[in-house]
Design a protein around this ligand. Structure first.
Ligand code: AMP
Ligand code: ZN
Length: 140
């Protein structure tokens, strides 16, 4: 995979060909504001090198994004007065991914903000849970 995909929106943002509001950057990553913020201060951390998703990204770039994401999490707590923060990644269209250049959402959370868990936590069937675990361990 080439370092840059000419058809990729976030590659264009990294290259400065499309405007963005950058908060921080380093050798491997750029952190910029999301144009459709879920809450005040919502930002995205991306690797400079193109990779479609978490399955494709170079592990060293993934580590760099994790480091930059934690720095951004600290910033939103300390500078925006957030009460908490969600780090979110979507992999695949069925998992809500819409831009296919890996990105970590850093979403500041405020005590009374409107965001809610996208699932209703409820006890699962123990056999079904164990069955999934067995498949994940590679049994049968
Ligand atoms: P996802 O749905 O996880 O792939 O997230 C893609 C995110 O990129 C969404 O939250 C969009 O609001 C955001 N986004 C799309 N275009 C831009 C842009 N030009 N600048 C900043 N954020 C963008
Ligand atoms: Zn890209």
């Amino acid at each position: 995979m080439a370092a840059t995909d000419p058809d990729c929106l976030f590659c264009k943002i990294v290259a400065g060909e499309i405007p963005s509001t950058v908060v921080a950057s380093d050798e491997q990553t750029v952190t910029f504001m999301d144009i459709n913020p879920a809450t005040r201060g919502h930002a995205l951390v991306v690797p400079r090198t193109h990779a479609a998703d978490v399955l494709a990204i170079d592990p060293d770039d993934l580590a760099a994004v994790a480091r930059a994401g934690r720095q951004q999490a600290r910033r939103v707590m300390e500078r925006l007065g957030a009460d908490g923060v969600n780090l979110l990644n979507s992999c695949g269209a069925d998992a809500w991914q819409t831009v296919f250049h890996f990105h970590l959402h850093v979403i500041p959370r405020y005590r009374d903000d409107p965001l809610r868990l996208p699932w209703d936590p409820a006890p699962g069937d123990p056999e079904e849970i164990a069955g999934a675990a067995g498949q994940l361990r590679g049994e049968a």
